[in-house]
Design a protein around this ligand. Structure first.
Ligand code: ATP
Ligand code: MG
Length: 276
């Protein structure tokens, strides 16, 4: 059975003159790490809300483990396994103390009391926030709040987590913290990830990238294939990674570098090699 499949999905907001997403088709397998990039308004958030059943397609079908989001009675089964973390950590906190906040989700879906404690502890540990379990949420940094929000979703034991620009409001340190938690959940717990981001270096860490443009899926490929296609990137109004841009400048200045460098670490290594 397929894990997640979108088959010709279109969605139009009420009174809008065009579809926010149109004829979207792709599928992902269990444990995959997918990034979605695209200019503002290209339909990324709409897609996220279609996947967890917050919106029902105007046409086409979204199925998670064979269950269609049209089956209202089974939406609950989908939402238990498909969690979404949004952009603003302040809008996602429901309790004043960290551990209560994380317990809220499982309490709400009727997880037995004895099990909640274990789930909260596991989730906070996975997000590196166990030592702050008794802390007041208001005292946390942005990156810490976002990690508590992730722990809150994790306590529901999801199999797919969607991050809709979850690092956008964080400083570089907070962004790194959150991204490293996301990578760890994917690698160590096999949780499938859909990472929606405007930071190309984050997208480059995914197994696969989908590119959205004006409601359409215009490319689907590995990070290296997508970022080497400069013509495509220019057309959809996104850039490559900052490191790749830096490589362009260095090449123009006569420094020879291997093709296709995307991350800082790769560039550092290549430069070290030149100096030897
Ligand atoms: N609630 C709404 N009502 C009407 N139109 C909307 C609504 N939300 C989004 N849209 C429109 O749908 C289209 C897709 O928006 P969406 O928010 O999915 O894009 P996005 O790729 O997530 O953008 P961003 O990068 O800015 O977050 C845009 O044209 C947007 O103006
Ligand atoms: Mg959005």
């Amino acid at each position: 059975m397929s894990f997640l499949t979108l088959n010709n999905v279109s969605y139009r907001y009420r009174d809008a003159d065009r579809c926010a997403v149109e004829n979207l088709s792709f599928s992902m397998h269990e444990g995959e790490f997918l990034a979605i990039i695209g200019h503002n308004g290209s339909g990324k958030s709409t897609m996220a809300k279609l996947i967890n059943g917050l919106y029902t397609p105007c046409s086409g079908e979204v199925t998670y483990k064979g269950i269609s989001t049209r089956e209202a009675k089974r939406l609950h089964d989908i939402r238990k396994e498909v969690g979404v973390v949004f952009q603003n950590p302040d809008n996602q906190m429901v309790a004043t103390i960290v551990e209560d906040d994380v317990a809220f989700g499982p309490e709400n879906v009727g997880v037995p009391h004895e099990e909640i404690e274990e789930r909260v502890t596991d989730a906070l540990a996975a997000c590196g926030m166990l030592s702050e379990r008794k802390t007041a949420a208001a005292r946390l940094s942005g990156g810490q709040k976002q990690r508590v929000a992730i722990a809150g979703v994790l306590a529901l034991r999801p199999r797919l987590m969607i991050f809709d620009e979850s690092t956008a409001m964080l400083d570089p340190k907070g962004r790194k913290e959150v991204l490293s938690v996301i990578g760890k959940l994917n690698r160590e717990q096999g949780i499938a990830v859909i990472l929606i981001t405007h930071y190309m270096e984050e997208a480059a860490a995914a197994d696969r990238i989908l590119v959205m443009h004006e409601g359409h899926l215009v490319a689907d490929g590995t990070p290296s294939a997508i970022f080497q296609n400069r013509e495509l990137l220019a057309r959809v109004g996104v850039t490559t990674t900052p490191t790749a841009l830096l490589c362009d400048s260095l090449t123009e200045r006569g420094i020879t570098l291997p093709q296709g460098i995307l991350y800082e670490e790769e560039l550092t290594e290549a430069l070290w090699r030149q100096l030897k």
